[in-house]
Design a protein around this ligand. Structure first.
Ligand code: FMN
Length: 192
C-alpha cells in the first residue's frame, strides 16, 4: 500500500547511497505522472519530465559534473567540491535512475524556479509513497556547466529554449538508508 501524504512528507529523506536495483516501470510511470500533476504559476508548466534509466548516460553526466565542479576556482564552490569528495566523490551517488526536469524561462524571470521546485518535491514524495528513495540533486547543474552542455541537452531531448532545472535521483537505499532531518518546529508560529 502506498503511504499516505503526511507520512510520505515526514519520512522522505535525501538518499546518498543507492543499490543497483531499478524501480519498476510501473512505479516510474506513477512518479512521472505525479510530476506533471504539479501546480505552476498561471499553469505555465514550463518544464519537461525526462525519466532516465540509461546507465551510460548517467555515468557521463556524473563524470562531466565532477570535472566541472573540480575546475571551479572560487572558494564557495571549492567547499562544495570537497564536501562531495568526502561523501565518496559522486554527484549522482550510483543512482540507477533519475528524472531530469529541464525548464524554460518564465515572465517574470525566475518564476519557473518555484515551479521546478514543486515538480522536484512531487517526484520525491510520490517516490517515498511507493517505497522508493530519492535525492533532489541541484548539483546536477554542474553536468551542464561545461563543454558537454549542448550534447547532454540533445541526448536528453531538451526542447529548444530549455535548460537544466533539477534532477531527482530515484532508487533503493543501501542498507537501511538514512533518516529525515529533524524538523525545526521553532520555525513555526501561530497568530490567532
Ligand atoms: C533544491 C535542492 C537541491 C539539492 N541538491 C542536492 C545535491 O546536489 N546533492 C545532495 O547531496 N543533496 C542535495 N539536496 C538535498 C539537501 O541537502 C537535503 O534536502 C537537506 O540536507 C535536508 O535533508 P533531508 O532531505 O534528508 O531532509 C538538495 C535539496 C534541494 C531542496
Amino acid at each position: 500500500m502506498p503511504l499516505d501524504t503526511i507520512e510520505a512528507i515526514l519520512t522522505r529523506y535525501s538518499c546518498r547511497a543507492f543499490t543497483d536495483r531499478m524501480p519498476s516501470d510501473e512505479d516510474l510511470r506513477i512518479i512521472a505522472r505525479a510530476a506533471v500533476a504539479s501546480p505552476s504559476g498561471v499553469n505555465r508548466q514550463l518544464w519537461r519530465v525526462i525519466v532516465v534509466k540509461n546507465k551510460e548516460l548517467i555515468a557521463d553526466l556524473e563524470a562531466e559534473g565532477m570535472k566541472n565542479l573540480a575546475a571551479l576556482p572560487d572558494l564557495p564552490n571549492r567547499g562544495t567540491y570537497e564536501r562531495i569528495l568526502a561523501r565518496g566523490g559522486k554527484l549522482y551517488y550510483n543512482t540507477p535512475c533519475l528524472i531530469v526536469v529541464p525548464i524554460a524561462q518564465a515572465q517574470p524571470t525566475g518564476a519557473e524556479l518555484f515551479d521546478c521546485g514543486i515538480v522536484a518535491e512531487n517526484i520525491a514524495l510520490a517516490a517515498t509513497a511507493l517505497g522508493i528513495n530519492s535525492l533532489i540533486c541541484g548539483l546536477s547543474g554542474f553536468s551542464f556547466a561545461g563543454d558537454k552542455r549542448v550534447e547532454f541537452k540533445r541526448r536528453l531531448g531538451f526542447p529548444d529554449g530549455y535548460e537544466i532545472g533539477i534532477a531527482v535521483l530515484l532508487g533503493y537505499a543501501v542498507n537501511s538508508g538514512g533518516k529525515p532531518h529533524e524538523p525545526d518546529v521553532a520555525k513555526i508560529s501561530y497568530i490567532d
